[in-house]
Ligand binder design. Structure first.
Ligand SMILES: Nc1ncnc2c1ncn2[C@@H]1O[C@H](COP(=O)(O)OP(=O)(O)OP(=O)(O)O)[C@@H](O)[C@H]1O
Length: 597
């Protein structure tokens, strides 16, 4: 809750205005039965039509005023809720896209997704309802009791006994509800993950006729979520009927005692009429209180999940010169005896019984760590080119991840241009790179925007990059050329076209370091060779690293590293590796044919 209120601080005045207007509206509402009682008991017996119309008019005016006040307060409360959730989402998004690789792995994309959507929605609903119901409910409850006390102490004492019982029930049940809603939100993460996997991999699912399998997986997760929702819903739905029962019993007692009193001339009929209305109002107040507590339970669980991300400490802050490593070597990129392991998030994900807060603080500490890179040691001169080859999962991409400081090495030192990579400001560092990752993303936007990608890049540079990436030809065949729109994930482009647009994106800003991670696998050999030639000719000064499975993509580069299970087992030019590296020779033989050796 502290997290939510920290965002409401700036709207203090608006929230206060909502509450004051709501207070006035509720007081007006409370006056209505009182006026009704006066009309029935005092005005009607005078048989004065004028007076009846006058007090009837007062009631109508009061009702209209109450309505207007409620509408005004609701509008303001919606505004506060919308603006504060806008800020919460903005901060959550900003933090999410700036999370370090380790923390991103820890939270998981599906979970970040549901924090951005369903969790934010829960918080928004609470902010909105707490401003109006938060004041209306207690005022109706307390006001109703106070007014009935002034009318008939005996009858009102029935309410005085029932109200605290109802409040205790609501509070008790809400306390039980909070942890249950935590679990519901965790199931939403799970469901979002399965949805993402199935939607992203829809083609594979269809191609292998695995719709049933996908549906079964989703069905399992859906079932789990439904169970948790039902459990939370059953608990939170308990107070409603219980309260109606308690109040109806109270109402029956009031009607019976009231009837006797009216019969004996002790009480007037208008009082009983007013009592019945106040009873209803009190019931509505308690129900509203129940709703506020229910929304609060959900929002509390959701807010701590959002706060866990927003409040996570930035672990990739640039190091000061004092803390950093230094080198006298003058190569442009240097890896010195680097070791690295990813944290294993599976042990965290299983810990479903812990609150998100507890989990998030532990995620990044005691994770199982498998060694991924061991004693990686190489360097590159400025403008040089390096190929990295090796079996899948041997750690090729991880080297890039460390170079771009998505993760920090466990041991060893990495330098770019004579500076410890950890001393660079994140933006400064990333602006040095033009990069295409494996399965990189094409956005649902024009091809022009996909290439320029929000950078200050002229149309001439876009066209130049497209030409070097061998994308110019197919782009200019479209009637709308560079304005042609790609759909989500570039599904209206072929694999090779997607890769060429991505390479154009990497080349567009004339990067100092160019990284192509398995980014030409969908290109035919001829286009791949033409692409490398264009890069050599037009991006001479760029220090280039090409990660590839295809030996033909890297054999002409200045230097090649052969990786095996996270270790460098071969390093040199193509000729040197052919002479000295058994695995390289094997890859060459397999891909280029026996006689090529
Ligand atoms: N975010 C991550 N969290 C945990 N383990 C990871 C993560 N990313 C990669 N790994 C593991 O690290 C190892 C190296 O992965 P990496 O992506 O560097 O391999 P790669 O050589 O690029 O593979 P490929 O050629 O298939 O792309 C693999 O065993 C992989 O499962």
């Amino acid at each position: 809750m502290k997290f939510i209120f920290s965002y409401l601080k700036k709207y203090q005045k608006l929230v206060a205005a909502v509450m004051i207007i709501k207070l006035m509206g509720t007081l007006g509402e409370l006056m209505l039965p009182y006026v009704l009682e006066h009309l029935v008991d005092e005005v009607v017996p005078t048989r004065s039509i004028r007076q009846v119309f006058l007090w009837g008019g007062v009631m109508i005016l009061l009702a209209v005023l109450v309505r207007q006040l409620n509408v005004g307060a609701n509008r303001l409360s919606v505004r506060v809720a919308k603006e504060s959730i806008f800020e919460i989402r903005r901060d959550l998004f900003w933090k999410s896209i700036n999370l370090s690789g380790n923390k991103l792995d820890g939270f998981g994309l599906p979970s970040l997704n549901s924090r951005m959507t369903s969790d934010s929605y829960n918080v928004q609903s609470f902010i909105q309802s707490f401003q109006s119901l938060g004041i209306r409910a207690p005022i109706m409850l307390i006001g109703g009791i106070v007014i009935t006390l002034t009318m008939d102490v005996g009858l009102a004492s029935i309410l005085c006994i029932l109200a605290p019982i109802m409040i205790v029930v609501v509070v008790f049940v809400s306390m039980k509800g909070i942890p249950l809603y935590d679990k519901v939100q965790q199931s939403i993460d799970h469901i979002v993950r399965i949805m993402r996997e199935n939607i992203t991999g829809i083609r594979v699912v269809k191609a292998l006729s695995k719709e049933d399998y996908g549906t079964r997986r989703f069905g399992g997760a859906n079932h789990q979520m439904a169970e948790k929702e039902i459990k939370a819903g059953v608990v939170m739905a308990l107070p409603g009927p219980l309260m109606t029962l308690i109040l109806n019993i109270g109402l029956t007692i009031v009607v019976i005692i009231g009837a006797v009193q009216v019969n004996n001339g002790v009480t007037k009929p208008g009082v009983i009429l007013a009592f019945l209305t106040y009873f209803n109002m009190i019931l509505m107040g308690v129900m509203a209180l129940n709703r506020v507590f229910m929304l609060m339970s959900k929002a509390n669980a959701s807010a701590s999940r959002i706060a866990a991300v927003v409040g996570t400490a930035d672990d990739m802050v640039p190091l000061s010169d004092k803390e950093a490593f230094h080198t006298k070597r003058n190569e442009y990129i240097i890896f010195e005896h680097v070791n690295f392991s990813y944290g294993d998030e599976s042990d965290v994900k299983e810990d479903k019984d812990k609150s998100p807060k507890e989990v998030s603080s532990e995620w990044f500490d005691g994770m199982n760590r498998q060694k991924c890179l061991e004693d990686i040691d190489f360097s590159m001169k400025k403008g040089a080119s390096l190929g990295i080859i090796g079996a899948t999962g041997c750690g090729k991409t991880t080297i890039i991840n460390l170079l771009m400081r998505f993760y920090d090495a466990d041991e060893g030192r990495i330098f770019i241009d004579g500076k410890d990579v950890r001393t660079y400001d994140k933006d400064e560092l990333h602006q040095m790179f033009g990069v295409v990752f494996q399965n990189d993303v094409i956005f649902a936007d024009s091809l022009k925007e996909n290439i320029s990608f929000g950078r200050d890049v002229s149309m001439q540079e876009i066209e130049g990059a497209a030409a070097n990436a061998k994308a110019k030809g197919f782009i200019e065949e479209y009637e709308d050329s560079y304005d042609h729109r790609a759909v989500v994930h570039g599904a209206n482009l072929s694999g090779g076209q997607r890769q060429r647009v991505l390479i154009a994106r990497a080349l567009a800003a004339n990067p100092q370091i160019l990284i192509l991670d398995d980014s030409s696998s969908a290109l035919d050999y001829k286009t791949d060779a033409a692409l490398r030639k264009a890069i050599r000719e037009h991006h001479k000064s760029a220090t280039t690293i090409i990660v590839a499975q295809r030996i033909s993509s890297i054999m002409s580069l200045d230097d090649i590293i052969v990786l095996d299970e996270g270790r460098i087992i071969g390093h040199g030019t193509h000729q040197e590796l052919m002479a000295n590296c058994e695995m390289y020779r094997e890859i060459y033989k397999t891909q280029m044919g026996e006689q090529a050796v």
